[in-house]
Ligand binder design. Structure first.
Ligand code: HEC
Length: 186
């Protein structure tokens, strides 16, 4: 067996490459569309996180555009998963259809947060990230959740939260949904 492995490995790799290609080139347009929508959201979220983290230079129009992308994409998310598009070759699990209420609730929750983020982004200063955009105990926002200490952060009114806090809650929703409704591809 060991001696044949020099041939077996390239064949195996071709097999894997074909399987990966099949996973990434699904034929249904709805699958292609939602996967590219997800990738766009991921790029936008990375950009905003990078600006908050100081890894990407702050740029107000780019910040706004990224927030708008997440807003727009999350707004149509629930409709992007019709029952006949679930399962292989897509990573969207069949469970989406069995737990439609839970899936839709997650999609609607992230859309609400993203809508609030887009509003905050519209108010973002031109030159630098303001302290009001950041989350933390030293926030200068009078009506903030942390100032009021009113209940769990998740249930707070999103329109009262600073942009950075909204981003964190949005990323939590990405992760929650993937944990339950997205199959591990690799
Ligand atoms: C309500 C559920 C849900 C939410 C919320 C959600 N996703 Fe997804 N995401 C999925 C599912 C299901 C798939 C698998 C789609 C498929 O393969 O057809 C997926 C796939 C992806 C992919 C892989 C796309 C590809 O090329 O195959 C990325 C990247 C991604 N999501 C990023 C995000 C980010 C970033 C967020 C948050 C801003 C997010 N998702 C929010 C359900 C969700």
């Amino acid at each position: 067996m060991k001696r044949t492995s020099i041939y077996a490995i390239p064949l195996l790799l071709i097999g894997i490459a074909a399987a990966v290609a099949a996973t990434h080139l699904p034929d249904k347009p709805v699958i292609v569309a939602r996967q590219s929508s997800m990738k766009e959201m991921a790029a936008a979220a990375r950009q905003i996180a990078g600006m908050f983290g100081g890894k990407i230079a702050y740029d107000a129009p780019a910040f706004r555009q990224a927030a708008e992308t997440i807003h727009r994409r999350t707004g149509v998310l629930a409709a992007e998963f019709p029952a006949d598009s679930l399962g292989s070759p897509s990573a969207a699990k069949q469970e989406i259809d069995q737990s439609r209420d839970e899936f839709d609730a997650l999609a609607s929750h992230i859309a609400t947060l993203a809508s609030a983020l887009a509003v905050e982004a519209d108010k973002a200063p031109a030159d630098s990230i303001s302290s009001a955009m950041r989350m933390g105990p030293d926030m200068a926002m009078g009506g903030s959740l942390l100032g009021k200490r009113a209940g769990a952060a998740k249930e707070a009114d999103p329109s009262k939260l600073p942009a950075e806090h909204l981003l964190h809650l949005i990323l939590q929703d990405c992760t929650s949904c993937h944990a339950k409704f997205r199959a591990k591809v690799q």
